[in-house]
Design a protein around this ligand. Structure first.
Ligand code: UD1
Ligand code: UDP
Length: 358
């Protein structure tokens, strides 16, 4: 029996791990225990997804709710270490680049437990990002590196990783969007938010580099200008909401600009599918936009997902250029080649590989 400990903590990690867990469960030789660190804890950032996927709770919730990163990281390492010592897993599975991932990787390596890193090999080449530091450390501590794209594989090869450790089975988010797209109910969604198909923009922002006084003000200024031309819905990430409260930004909504609570996963796919265009700084949302043939305006200086950029299905912009980008790409047609992200069977392939280790 292969004893796997999966460690997650944030919204996108619940979404991706659910897809793989469904496949791992089919295998009698594998026992997976899911630990949620509690990095994300609001109902709309966590429990809503467990409910949508029909999982009531993770096996263990560490409930670590600290906004100070140093405290968060040190407590996470301690608590994950305790779980590893108790459960003595054969492998630890971690996802992406969050603080939960970094802490799990560190605790696993201290305990000499082998790590499987999913969504490995991504690089922004900007070490000012906590996420870039987290993913580099995690990659270097991992036994197996599951990359979502060929470009991610090349990044690792250039850094000297051995090819035999790298597995390119595709992006679990493509599996997820394929699986859940057919649960979308556009009519209900459009009615609920008073929207028309292809006549609104979905906006999401949460990156640390955007959530400071000057940049957030610049973004909102551009968004308000844009709302004179098209409706915009803005499900607000708690980090963004908190700064808006601190800055006392109120009453900026208008008939065309609606701020709403974070959406569930199926509603997010529905919003993307029915939108005219996406404005985002999210890694997940820009890929889902591509999968569903929507153009993304990305409010960042760089992106890890350069395949989408190279195919001219997204553009990187400064906050003040958002309106200009909207005009320029208004009628842009997306010809997506999802094959870049695999064939939508990444979960099955990763699960088969894990079985081969048992
Ligand atoms: C984290 C990840 C980022 C990922 C994102 C997904 C790190 C360093 N960053 O960023 O890579 O893209 O998750 O959404 O791990 N908060 C709440 N309620 C919640 C969750 C967060 O109030 O349910 C508050 C926290 O208290 C914190 C702030 O939002 O002060 C930021 O949360 P945090 O998890 O540190 O970073 P994210 O921006 O969510
Ligand atoms: N998402 C969601 N509700 C929202 C916004 C995003 O369910 O209101 C989903 C989205 O579909 C994607 C994931 O969350 O699968 C992306 O997470 P996020 O943008 O928080 O982080 P990132 O992908 O940038 O790490």
């Amino acid at each position: 029996m292969l004893n796997i400990l999966t460690i997650i903590g944030t919204r996108p990690q619940i979404i991706k791990s659910n897809i793989l867990s469904c496949e791992l469960k089919k295998n009698k030789n594998i026992k997976e225990t899911i630990v949620d660190t509690g990095q994300h804890y609001d109902y709309e950032m966590s429990k809503i997804f467990y409910e949508e996927f029909g999982i009531i709770e993770p096996d263990i919730n560490l409930n670590i709710r600290h906004s100070n990163q140093t405290t968060q990281i040190s407590i996470m390492i301690q608590k994950i270490d305790q779980v590893i010592q108790e459960l003595t897993p054969d492998y630890i599975i971690v996802y992406g680049d969050t603080n939960s991932t970094f802490c799990a990787a560190l605790a696993a390596s201290i305990n000499k437990t082998k790590i499987c890193h999913i969504e490995s090999g991504l690089r922004s080449f900007n070490k000012n990002m906590q996420e870039e530091r987290n993913r580099i450390v995690t990659d270097h501590l991992s036994e197996y590196l599951f990359v979502p794209t060929n470009n991610a594989k090349l990044n690792l090869i250039k850094e000297g990783f051995k090819a035999r450790k790298i597995k390119n089975y595709g992006d679990l988010l493509l599996d997820a969007s394929k699986k859940y797209s057919n649960k979308i109910c556009s009519e209900l969604f459009l009615k609920k938010y008073n929207l028309n198909k292809n006549k609104f923009i979905l906006l999401t922002i949460h990156r640390q580099e955007n959530i400071n006084k000057d940049t957030l003000n610049e973004i909102l200024e551009s968004i308000l200008k844009l709302s004179k031309k098209i409706k915009i819905i803005f499900p607000i990430h708690p980090r963004t909401k908190r700064l808006m409260q601190v800055l006392n930004i109120k009453f900026i909504e208008n008939i065309n600009f609606k701020m709403i609570s974070p959406l569930g996963y199926i509603d997010t796919l529905c919003a993307i599918k029915n939108s005219k265009m996406i404005i985002t700084d999210s890694g997940g949302v820009q890929r889902e936009a591509y999968f569903l043939k929507r153009f993304s305006i990305i409010i960042r200086k760089e992106t890890e997902w350069i395949e989408i950029l190279k195919q001219k299905s997204s553009v990187l912009v400064r906050p003040k250029d958002i309106c200009m980008a909207y005009e320029k790409f208004f009628d842009h047609k997306i010809k997506n080649k999802n094959i870049i992200f695999g064939d939508g069977k990444a979960a099955k392939k990763i699960a088969n590989f894990m079985e081969s280790l048992s």
